[in-house]
Design a protein around this ligand. Structure first.
Ligand SMILES: [Zn+2]
Length: 380
């Protein structure tokens, strides 16, 4: 298999590179994937359209949030009919994941459900894909993963062919985000960086990306949410991309494992769902006397790693970090109390636990039992 890497462009105005990329690839038929409403309303729409002049464009934007397989299949049919020679994804994490899924699955001869359920493999690469995030959150433009839901059950597809060929991180595109969207996408980026740092699959490289991301997010996050100034948005955009590069190596851990149940069962937005248990996981992962480890590098290694993480958050211990996360959520206007989100009954909790993603839970440095899960959902 040929080595694949992303050609990455970033900075204010870097959206212009799209012209060069289209020319280099001699692209004549562009399959464009965007969100349903946001794109048509944005000024980016006009700029992008001017780049596409003299090229045929097929625009796919009719799909719901959090990619569903039936929407992916509609996209695949369109892509094939149109005979695209390049795919351009402009949007948040769901939009970029959708484009990755359509482009890659369209190139396979095996049944899509078999591939998603890991009964057969991805064998071929799709056409070149340009990923252009309009939020500072998921880092999907930097990863070989894509999330897809089948009948409410979340699957994470992973393959090097899902990695975009090009990524353009132009912070100008994030200026139309509301304060709430800036808050929940920023929390996702922060959680991804923190989880990557303590993940059992972390490497020196992934930890360096994660540390840079945390150091950029903390001083800029609240300014980006409350004032929306471009310098803060710029830092958030680059940090989200770095956090994406970090999880591309290390994957995510406990908070992400639990978040998919909160999203599919209660419709809580991804970044919000992830942040809900992040503070709790600081306490769980640092309680090293009373738990079994998944981390093969041992207790001493984990202690050192967690201490480094506390320093990155300018805190002295796990309790301070946990409080910092909850304070941050409150400051940016994101509800952190499970009761207030409607999780009040035992069957709510049982339902959430039965939908937890075990794959990502096993990346968590300490083992999480069913009893611990009940405790997490019962109180924050
Ligand atoms: Zn995430």
């Amino acid at each position: 298999m040929k080595e694949i890497h992303i050609n990455h462009y970033q900075g204010l105005g870097s959206l212009n590179f799209i012209k060069d990329i289209l020319n280099i690839n001699n692209a004549k038929r562009v399959f464009m994937v965007t969100g349903m409403n946001s794109f048509n309303l944005s000024t980016v729409h006009q700029t992008i359209n001017s780049y596409f002049q003299e090229r045929a464009v097929c625009h796919f934007n009719e799909f719901s949030h959090n990619p569903k397989l039936y929407d992916v299949c509609r996209g695949i049919d369109l892509l094939k009919q149109f005979n695209a020679d390049i795919v351009v994804a402009i949007g948040g994490g769901s939009v970029i994941d959708m484009a990755k899924l359509i482009n890659t699955l369209a190139a396979q001869s095996n049944r899509y459900t078999d591939i998603i359920k890991k009964k057969s493999q991805i064998m071929s690469k799709g056409v070149p894909l340009i990923a252009i995030p309009t939020t500072a959150g998921s880092g999907s433009e930097a990863t070989k993963f894509a999330v897809v839901y089948i009948d409410g059950v979340k699957f994470s597809l992973e393959h090097i062919y899902l990695l975009p060929d090009y990524s353009i991180v132009d912070p100008m595109l994030t200026t139309t985000m509301s304060a709430h969207l800036t808050a929940i996408t920023g929390l996702d980026a922060l959680a991804q960086a923190i989880e990557s740092y303590w993940s059992i699959r972390s490497t020196d490289e992934s930890k360096s990306y994660a540390a840079q991301a945390i150091s950029m997010i903390l001083p800029s996050f609240q300014t980006a949410v409350h004032e929306g100034i471009i310098q803060a948005r710029e830092k958030m955009s680059y940090a989200a991309n770095l956090a994406g590069k970090a999880i591309n190596i290390s994957k995510t851990t406990g908070p992400h494992a639990l978040s998919y149940a909160l999203t599919s069962q209660l419709n809580i937005a991804h970044g919000h769902a992830v942040a809900l248990t992040l503070g709790k996981f600081f306490l769980l992962n640092s309680d090293l006397e009373n738990v079994e480890l998944n981390e093969m590098r041992g207790r001493e290694y984990l202690k050192v790693t967690l201490n480094e993480l506390y320093k990155l958050l300018s805190c002295k211990d796990a309790a301070e970090c946990s409080k910092k996360i909850y304070d941050l959520m409150e400051n940016v206007g994101v509800e952190s109390n499970f009761n207030n989100l409607g999780i009040t009954k035992k069957w709510h909790i049982d339902c959430l636990i039965s939908n937890v993603n075990l794959d990502r839970l096993n990346n968590n440095p300490v083992k999480i039992t069913k009893g611990i899960l009940e405790d997490i959902f019962r109180c924050h």
